[in-house]
Design a protein around this ligand. Structure first.
Ligand SMILES: *Cc1c(COP(=O)(O)O)cnc(C)c1O
Length: 439
């Protein structure tokens, strides 16, 4: 460990020393000690086209020579305008206003503020604390969000509050605002109970929505990421949309991880054919080069902020909002996605072909694939959790074989960049098979 660095998500006392990376090309990381390691987790799910892609590097270089950064209030620039316009072309047509920020947590944080203030601006009484809203009709209050068990939406206080109360947020739990939580109907290959589970969740939701109005429903569509690569069916999201309409509440998609091809289509909302009222995007937005995020909403929401009344303004922004370098990288990355569409659209079939050989493996259960993401649970004596000791063991075993994995406890998953070749994917699955023999 470096004597002056504090690494994220790392207990320095017990973690192995971090590996020093000298450079990276495509899917390969070049380590200082001369080893090459295949990045099968896209460097925490951000990298789309491989490392150091020359087209994105060139776009950033060109932009840096022209306009590297400028305040985005009172001033604007082409990269921000062009990226917004292009993003909207790939999203459902009702999503129409793009708000920039700089990471996934802030994208969700902005969505929460937008949704909450939307109801305030529309004159709906608010407040989770009725005392603060003297005379407010309790039934009219929309101060609470509905979120899903197992959700992860980021590490700021707002996003921790709407995330699952987990190991990550436990120490802060007293400081987190209240959220109504419903189960996530996670499913897998051969799941006999998927329909009844979805029915039960939706019934519970209806009961809650009948009792009082909510500010919105927040979900990671199709795949819950950090919660363990838990996957749900598109049908569930379609019914969720219907219920949100029926009870006049907002549907918010956190596509920070699922966006930009991850689910096998451009966005999970496109794949599921569901239009959310607000969508949050980050991770893959620059192809994995620079931090950038957007929160995109419908014109209806935007119009509730459009006013002569200064109080109706969305008072939110960050120093690096709409950084031109990030936007230039985003534009270059979208172009590469367009040129290589078949790569992310075709990966689901390839995952399933490889998984077929592992389907009856006694050490594996709950096999699942959505687009470029494949996941499975390792059967151990301990329960499925982030702290399951098999995680670090698998990670080390994979590393010894030249593959970078980062299991979430006993959940083993692959989320490679789209440039992975058929041979490389075969190599990864052979590595997994070899590791399973050692368990
Ligand atoms: C990673 C992630 C976030 C948080 O993004 P950061 O850039 O790490 O702040 C939020 N939501 C989802 C679904 C994520 O996967």
């Amino acid at each position: 460990m470096h004597p002056h660095l504090w690494y994220p998500y790392t207990q320095a006392k017990t973690a192995p020393s971090p590996l020093k990376v000298k450079s990276a090309q495509g899917i390969w990381l070049e380590l200082e000690d001369g080893r090459r390691v295949m990045d099968c987790i896209s460097s925490w799910w951000v990298n789309l086209h491989g490392h150091a892609h020359p087209q994105i590097a060139a776009a950033i270089y060109q932009q840096a020579k022209t306009l590297e950064q400028v305040i985005f209030a009172g001033l604007t620039h082409d990269p921000a305008e062009q990226l917004a316009e292009q993003l909207l072309q790939y999203l459902p047509s009702g999503l129409n206003r793009v708000f920039y920020s700089d990471n996934g947590s802030t994208a969700v944080e902005v969505a929460l503020k937008m949704a909450y203030q939307y109801w305030v601006n529309k004159g709906v009484n608010l407040g989770v604390n009725p005392g603060a809203n003297l005379g407010a009709n309790l039934a009219e209050q929309r101060g609470t969000f509905i979120a899903f068990a197992g959700a992860y939406h980021g590490d700021t206080f707002g996003t921790m509050a709407v995330g699952a109360r987990s190991l990550f947020s436990q120490v802060f739990s007293d400081l987190l605002f209240q959220v109504e939580c419903v189960p996530f109907p996670a499913t897998y290959l051969g799941d006999p109970a998927v329909q009844s589970q979805e029915d039960a969740v939706l019934e519970l939701l209806e009961t809650k929505l009948e009792q009082m109005p909510y500010a919105g429903i927040l979900i990671e569509p199709l795949v819950q990421g950090a919660g363990g690569m838990r996957m749900c069916r598109p049908e569930f999201l379609q019914r969720l949309r219907q219920i949100a309409n029926q009870f006049n509440t907002l549907l918010i998609f956190d596509e920070v991880m699922t966006g930009f091809g991850r689910t096998g289509d451009w966005f999970a909302c496109v794949k599921a054919n569901v239009q959310p009222d607000i969508i949050c995007l980050s991770k893959g937005i620059t192809g994995g080069f620079l931090p950038l995020a957007v929160t995109i909403c419908t014109e209806t929401i935007y119009q509730a902020f459009y006013s002569d009344d200064p109080l109706k303004t969305l008072y939110h922004g960050h120093s690096y909002t709409a950084n031109p370098l990030g936007c230039a990288a985003g534009l270059a990355s979208l172009k590469l996605m367009q040129e290589n569409e078949s790569r992310f659209k075709g990966m689901e079939t390839k995952h399933w072909q490889h998984l077929a050989a592992l389907a009856t493996h006694p050490k594996l259960e709950n096999l699942r694939v959505t687009g470029t993401i494949a996941a499975m649970d390792i059967v151990t004596d301990a329960e499925t959790s982030y702290l399951n000791p098999v995680g670090p063991q698998l990670r080390q075993q994979a590393l010894d074989r030249g593959v970078l994995l980062r299991p979430l406890g006993n959940v083993l998953y692959l989320m490679p960049p789209y440039c992975i070749t058929d041979d490389e994917l075969t190599q990864v699955y052979e590595t997994i098979a070899a590791i399973l023999k050692t368990l």
